[in-house]
Design a protein around this ligand. Structure first.
Ligand SMILES: Cc1cc2nc3c(=O)[nH]c(=O)nc-3n(C[C@H](O)[C@H](O)[C@H](O)COP(=O)(O)OP(=O)(O)OC[C@H]3O[C@@H](n4cnc5c(N)ncnc54)[C@H](O)[C@@H]3O)c2cc1C
Ligand code: HEM
Length: 398
C-alpha cells in the first residue's frame, strides 16, 4: 500500500530520475538480462543496443513518478505499454523479477547516502502499485482475447498458406490456424506477436496485420532487415506449409471515430498497418489522402493495392514520393527526395485560418517520423489529431 510519505519521497526523486533515469535503467537491464536468462527472449537485442528500450522504460517510470497523485494522467501511455506487453505475453511473475532488479539498481546506482531504506521502501511500494495496475489491465486483455470468437490465450499454431513478394525487400505471408478454427477479428492498425525459434534461440517479434480482418486468416508483410535474425529467417526459410506460433492481436494505433478528412503518411515498411486502416477509412465515406514514401520504385510495395482502392473510391487521393527516382517501372512518383513541408501542405486538405482540420496517421523510420511530426505541426494540424505507431519501443519525436 502506498502511503502519503511514500508518495512524497517518490515525488521528490523526480529531479534525480530526470538527471540519471537512463543510466539507472541501463544498469537495471544489464543486471536483469545477466541474472535472469529466462526473460531474455522477450527483449529485442537491437532495441537494447540502440538504447530505445531502456529509454522507453525510463520515460514511463519518470512520468509515473511525476503523476503519482493522479495516475489517470498516465492513461494513454499505460494502454500503449499494456498492448506491447500483451503482444509479447508478459506474465505477472515477470513483474517480480523486474521489480527486484529495479530496486537493486536504484540502490546500487544512487549509493547508500541517497538510496536510504526509506527511499527504497517508497519505491518498492510505488513499483508495486504500478505493477498491479499493469498486471490487472493485462489480465483483462488476455481474458478478452481468450473469450473473443476465434480468440485464444498464449501461443496458437498457424500454417503459412501463401507467401508473396510485394517488393524487392517486403514479402507477405498469409497465415491460417492449423486447428482449422476461426480467427478473432482485430482492429485495423493492430499487430500480432510472433513467437519463434531461430537456430535454437527463442525470439519474439511483432508484425502489423496488413490485410483487413476476414475471420479465417491473417496477413503479415515483412521487410528483410539487413542483419535481422527473424525477418531473414522468414524470407529465407519459412515457406507455404511452414508452422508459426502467434499471439493474439493487440495495439492502439487504430482509427478514431469522427467526420474529419483522414490522411495516412507512411515511410517504407511502415505502410503495413495503413493498408487495413485505409480500407476502414474508405468505408466511412470520409475523404482520404494516402501519402506513401519509399526509397525507390524497386522497394515500393503495395502500389497496385492503393491504385485499385483509388479506382473503387473517388474520395481517395494518393501521392507517392521516392528518395530517388531510378526510372524503374512505368509509373513515376509525385515527388522525388524526402517529403517536404511544402509537398505536405499541397497534398493534405487545405488549411483554414492556419488550422488544417484533418486526422493524420503516420508511421515509418524514426528520422522520418520526427520530420513528419514537425512538418504536420508547422502545417497547422492540431497535435491531438496526429496519431503514430513505432515499429519498436516508443521514442520522443520532439
Ligand atoms: C508494433 C510493431 C509492428 C511491427 N510491424 C512490422 C511489419 O509490419 N513489418 C515488418 O517488417 N516489421 C514490423 N515490425 C518490426 C519487427 O517486429 C522486427 O523488429 C523486424 O522484423 C526486425 O526484426 P529482425 O529479427 O529481423 O531484426 P533484429 O535481429 O531485431 O535486428 C534489427 C537490426 O538491428 C541490428 N542488430 C541486431 N542486434 C544488434 C545488436 N546487439 N547491436 C547492434 N545492432 C543489432 C541488426 O543488424 C538489424 O539491422 C514491427 C514492430 C512493432 C513493434
Ligand atoms: C512497472 C513495470 C513496467 C513498466 C513501467 C514498463 C514499461 C514499458 C514501456 C514504456 C515499454 C515501451 C512501450 C512501447 O514501445 O510502446 C515497454 C515495452 C516492453 N516491456 Fe515493459 N514495463 C514494465 C514491466 C515489464 C516486465 C515485467 C517485462 C518482462 C520481463 C517487460 C518487458 C517488456 C518488453 C519485452 C517490451 C518491448 C521491448 C521492445 O520493443 O524491445 N516490461 N515496457
Amino acid at each position: 500500500m502506498l502511503s502519503q510519505s511514500h508518495r512524497a519521497i517518490v515525488a521528490s526523486t523526480v529531479p534525480l530520475l530526470e538527471q540519471g533515469g537512463e543510466a539507472l535503467i541501463t544498469h537495471f537491464y544489464n543486471t536483469m538480462l545477466a541474472e535472469h536468462p529466462e526473460v531474455r527472449p522477450y527483449f529485442n537485442a537491437a532495441h537494447q543496443a540502440s538504447g530505445d528500450q531502456p529509454r522507453a522504460l525510463a520515460n514511463s517510470v519518470l512520468m509515473y513518478a511525476k503523476n503519482i497523485d493522479r495516475l489517470e494522467a498516465m492513461g494513454p501511455l499505460a494502454s500503449q505499454i499494456v498492448s506491447k506487453h500483451v503482444a509479447l505475453q508478459i506474465q505477472p511473475a515477470h513483474y517480480d523479477i523486474v521489480g527486484a532488479c529495479l530496486i537493486r539498481a536504484i540502490a546500487e546506482v544512487l549509493g547508500p547516502e541517497i538510496a536510504t531504506r526509506d527511499v527504497l521502501d517508497a519505491w518498492t511500494a510505488a513499483y508495486g502499485q504500478l505493477a498491479e495496475i499493469l498486471i490487472g489491465a493485462e489480465a483483462a486483455r488476455y481474458d478478452e482475447q481468450a473469450q473473443a470468437h476465434g480468440g485464444w490465450r498464449g501461443d496458437r499454431e498457424f500454417t503459412v498458406v501463401s507467401k508473396t513478394p510485394e517488393s524487392a525487400e517486403i514479402t507477405s505471408f498469409v497465415l491460417a490456424p492449423s486447428d482449422g478454427g476461426p480467427v478473432m477479428d482485430f482492429k485495423p492498425g493492430q499487430y500480432i506477436g510472433l513467437h519463434i525459434h531461430v537456430d535454437g534461440e527463442e525470439l519474439r517479434r511483432n508484425y502489423s496485420l496488413s490485410a483487413s480482418p476476414n475471420g479465417s486468416t491473417y496477413r503479415i508483410s515483412v521487410k528483410r532487415e539487413p542483419g535481422g535474425v527473424v525477418s531473414n529467417h522468414l524470407h529465407d526459410h519459412v515457406q507455404v506449409g511452414s508452422k508459426l506460433q502467434l499471439n493474439a492481436p493487440s495495439g492502439i494505433f487504430t482509427l478514431e471515430a469522427g467526420d474529419r478528412p483522414i490522411s495516412f503518411i507512411t515511410g517504407g515498411v511502415g505502410v503495413t498497418p495503413a493498408l487495413p486502416l485505409l480500407e476502414q477509412a474508405l468505408a466511412t465515406g470520409r475523404p482520404v489522402t494516402f501519402i506513401q514514401c519509399a526509397r525507390n520504385a524497386q522497394v515500393h510495395a503495395f502500389r497496385d493495392t492503393i491504385e485499385a482502392a483509388a479506382q473503387r473510391h473517388p474520395q481517395l487521393s494518393r501521392y507517392y514520393c521516392y528518395d530517388q527516382d531510378d526510372g524503374a517501372g512505368e509509373a513515376r512518383p509525385h515527388g522525388v527526395g524526402y517529403l517536404t513541408r511544402e509537398q505536405l501542405e499541397a497534398w493534405l486538405p487545405e488549411a483554414e485560418d492556419g488550422v488544417r482540420d484533418v486526422d493524420v496517421y503516420f508511421l515509418g523510420p524514426k528520422p522520418f517520423m520526427r520530420m513528419m511530426r514537425k512538418h504536420l505541426h508547422e502545417a497547422g494540424v492540431p497535435d491531438g489529431q496526429v496519431h503514430f505507431e513505432f515499429f519498436g519501443p516508443a521514442a520522443a519525436l520532439q
